[in-house]
Design a protein around this ligand. Structure first.
Ligand SMILES: Cc1ncc(COP(=O)(O)O)c(C=O)c1O
Length: 440
């Protein structure tokens, strides 16, 4: 219809598949509603969390009258860049000591991926980028819009709800020499399935032998295991061999700085001279995009990372977040295992048994599908890692849970464990039990 607007012919664009979940959740008047869509940490009370150490850093910044609001350089805050590289590559990284790393402050993880992709599209000889199947929904859009050509490699095996390692090796083995490969550094989103260290080593050997260029997305350092070093091991393995790679870092999750949009892109090069040239070209990518990055979030991060006491406090708070998520996994697994057992005394005995078995599964990797109350094997809930569980629920079951139980999640069955609490676990377990038993 002609309404007189020069934009009158536009069609309504669909909501973002992840952020749209929150839009639908906000419209639901039910008091029982539960948002497990967006990957943002919540406390046991279901509230967003600002870390104490972040509050302290902000207080220091506010009290420092010498601070001004001038523009940052195009590459961002120098201290922030140095400390971010140290955090991901390790304090004793030869690449840092040899000045072979070009680091630029970007707009969180997404901005870092985009700047990296724009740089590659301009300056790298191979435009094909291989992303895991499945992956975070924004990856294909970011890379395509930057001018790269997106291909996929097999990653997840629905049958085992684990890694399709053979498929991954075959697909990367068949990729053209020099192709870019997007790797989730840890806590793969959406599956929660990571390669073991031995598997990472095989991936590294294969990629180096074919000259494939690793582009790591590190959105969850410290969130997967609770240890910043353990969660950086995949990246460090690739840097230790002296080869080149890109890393996009985000402080959204591990420092809870979601809205501050603070992250970094590092490009590890063969020599200091190349790193200097790379940095000069990164500036040409950034300047016409957003000129220079915002100062506040980077100042918070730098304040925390350069003070050993604040750094230690951060690691404690980070571990507490990771541990709460791990505990939600255990509670959901136990609750699903107990569904269908009506006699309370029996259930109590069953609960203790399941707890013991849960630990056995975690340590020995045995399957106990035949014992669970809700049909199916739910041990992947405790085997997967990081913020998300890829439940294996299909889109009909998800729609059923939203309609009947007011539980919101992405249609691929991914749930954010960080959005759960001890209070809401039974409601979710009831919903999953009903979805599985009624919707097949
Ligand atoms: C795998 C992955 N990469 C990157 C991001 C980017 O997050 P942000 O731009 O908020 O740092 C996310 C956020 O959910 C993610 O899950």
């Amino acid at each position: 219809m002609d309404c007189g607007s020069v934009f009158g012919s536009l069609v309504q664009a669909p909501e973002d598949p992840i952020l749209g979940v929150t839009v639908a959740y906000n419209k639901d008047p039910s008091p029982d509603k539960l948002n497990l869509g967006v990957g943002a940490y919540r406390t046991e009370e279901g509230k967003p969390l600002v870390l104490n150490v972040v509050r302290q850093a902000e207080q220091l910044l506010v009290n420092d009258q010498s601070r001004v609001k001038e523009y940052l350089p195009i590459v961002g805050l120098a201290d922030f860049n140095k400390l971010s590289a140290k955090l991901i590559f390790g304090a004793d990284s030869p690449a840092i000591q040899e000045n072979r790393v070009a680091t630029v402050q970007c707009l969180s993880g997404t901005g870092s991926l985009r700047v990296g992709a724009e740089f590659l599209a301009r300056h790298y000889h191979q435009l094909a980028i291989y992303i895991p199947q499945p992956t975070w929904g924004n990856h294909p859009k970011v890379f395509t819009l930057a001018g790269l050509s997106v291909k996929t490699y097999r990653y997840y095996d629905p049958a085992t709800r684990g890694l399709n390692f053979q498929g991954l090796l075959e697909d990367l083995g068949a990729a053209p020499s020099g192709a870019i490969v997007l790797l989730h550094a840890c806590a793969h989103n959406p599956t929660g399935v990571d390669p073991t260290l031995e598997q990472w080593e095989q991936i590294r050997q294969l990629m180096r032998s074919k000259g494939l260029l690793p582009f790591f997305d590190s959105a969850y350092q410290g969130f997967a295991s609770g240890s910043l070093d353990a969660d950086a091991q995949s990246v460090r393995m690739f840097v230790a061999d002296g080869g080149e790679c890109l890393v996009a870092q985000s402080y959204a999750k591990n420092m809870g700085l979601y809205g501050e949009r603070v992250g970094a892109l590092s490009i590890v090069c063969k020599t200091a001279d190349v790193a200097r040239k790379v940095e000069s070209q990164l500036k040409l990518v950034i300047r016409p995009m957003y000129s220079n990055p915002p100062i506040h979030g980077a100042s918070i991060v730098a304040t925390i990372l350069k003070d050993s006491k604040m750094y230690d406090e951060w690691t404690v708070e980070l571990k507490a977040m990771a541990d709460r998520i791990i505990s939600m996994r255990e509670q959901l697994f136990v609750a699903l295992s107990a569904r269908g057992f009506l006699l309370i005394p029996l259930s109590l005995i069953f609960y203790s048994l399941v707890l013991v078995l849960a630990f056995k599964i975690l340590s020995k990797d045995i399957s106990i599908s035949y014992l669970t109350g809700t049909p199916g094997d739910w041990s992947h809930i405790i085997k997967q890692i990081g913020m998300f569980t890829f439940t294996g629920l299909n889109s009909e079951q998800v729609a059923f849970m939203t309609k009947e139980y007011h539980i919101y999640m992405t249609s691929d069955g991914r749930i954010s464990m960080a959005g759960l609490s001890s209070k809401t676990v039974p409601h979710l377990a009831d919903a999953i039990h009903a979805a599985v038993t009624r919707m097949g």
